[in-house]
Ligand binder design. Structure first.
Ligand SMILES: Cc1cc2nc3c(=O)[nH]c(=O)nc-3n(C[C@H](O)[C@H](O)[C@H](O)COP(=O)(O)OP(=O)(O)OC[C@H]3O[C@@H](n4cnc5c(N)ncnc54)[C@H](O)[C@@H]3O)c2cc1C
Length: 262
């Protein structure tokens, strides 16, 4: 581990003032600390943002659900507001990692990290989320740019994630038995005028599956997907699953999600 300076920021202004291309924000530390220990990353300074009150909390207003960036997965999983407004988001949070990870890891850290197998990025795309940062509002369709890459500029701080509340939705993942990260995860969200289907774990980063969306927009039923064959080109192939297997999982999980949508 290389030496670094540690700061506790009292507010958003102080945090962003300390930030540079050589620093990292410390939210749950679930990714940053192992990366530093394994010498996969090194920073001059870590800026702890956990004590900034404005970055935490859950609020439903009108047709949206807003979650503060440092809200932990366990708090999203147990929140009555989340269960009532978007129950699928509560069960997604409950399926992340293990109790230790859920009690440290945060929604802001998860989407800033944009792991190709992370769960929240799929929720953001399926639920037309807006990402509110220290300087702007970013639509989730423009936020996830590539493997571990986002639209965030150096030092830009995520403040909250605002999800649209759908008519019904469901997230189903086939988890890696060790880490619980998604080998493939599919989030289906039905709105009045559209159906969104977001897939994680299957490519280098999260994406919307337009082939499935087109079919479900005409006929929102499990059986409408029976004759679909998904292409395997561009899908991940590794020791956990071949591209063929992942294509099969996308379809199977999408059907399961449609059948369980509420
Ligand atoms: C054993 C294990 C199992 C896991 N299983 C899963 C799983 O099943 N599904 C899943 O989705 N995830 C999983 N995770 C990831 C975990 O849930 C965390 O979400 C993730 O590690 C990052 O969140 P964090 O709050 O710990 O961020 P940190 O590690 O503190 O930070 C990560 C990165 O995000 C940046 N960052 C943090 N907060 C902000 C912010 N507000 N604004 C801008 N940038 C910010 C930091 O600068 C840093 O670069 C797992 C992790 C571990 C260690």
């Amino acid at each position: 581990m290389k030496n670094f300076s540690y700061h506790t920021a009292k507010n958003i202004k102080e945090a962003t003032k300390l930030a540079s291309s050589k620093t990292a924000y410390l939210a749950g530390g679930m990714t940053t600390l192992p990366a530093i220990k394994l010498r996969m990353a090194a920073y001059s300074d870590l800026i702890d943002i956990k004590k900034i009150k404005d970055l935490t909390g859950i609020k439903v207003s009108g047709k949206t659900l807003k979650i503060g960036a440092t809200t932990k997965h366990a708090d999203v999983a147990s929140s009555k507001e989340v269960k009532k407004s978007i129950a699928s988001l509560s069960s997604l949070a409950d399926g992340i990692g293990d109790p230790q990870v859920r009690n440290r890891g945060t929604i802001g850290g998860s989407i800033a990290n944009n792991d190709p197998s992370a769960d929240y990025p799929a929720a953001c795309l399926a639920l037309n989320a807006n990402i509110h940062t220290s300087s702007r509002k970013i639509e989730s369709s423009k936020f996830f740019k590539g493997m571990f890459e986002t639209a965030l500029k150096s030092g830009e701080l995520i403040q909250s994630v605002e999800f649209q509340i759908p008519e019904k939705s469901c997230y189903v993942k086939f988890p890696n038995p060790a880490s619980r990260y998604a080998i493939v995860g599919v989030y289906v969200a039905k709105f009045k005028s559209e159906v969104n289907v977001a897939v994680t774990g299957a490519k280098s980063y999260v994406f919307r599956c337009e082939e499935i969306e087109k079919i479900l927009s005409k006929n929102f039923s499990e059986s409408s997907l029976n004759s679909l064959n998904l292409k395997t080109s561009g899908l991940n192939a590794d020791i956990h699953a071949s591209a063929d297997y992942r294509a099969h999982l996308i379809l199977t999980l999408a059907k399961k999600a449609v059948a369980s949508c509420k």
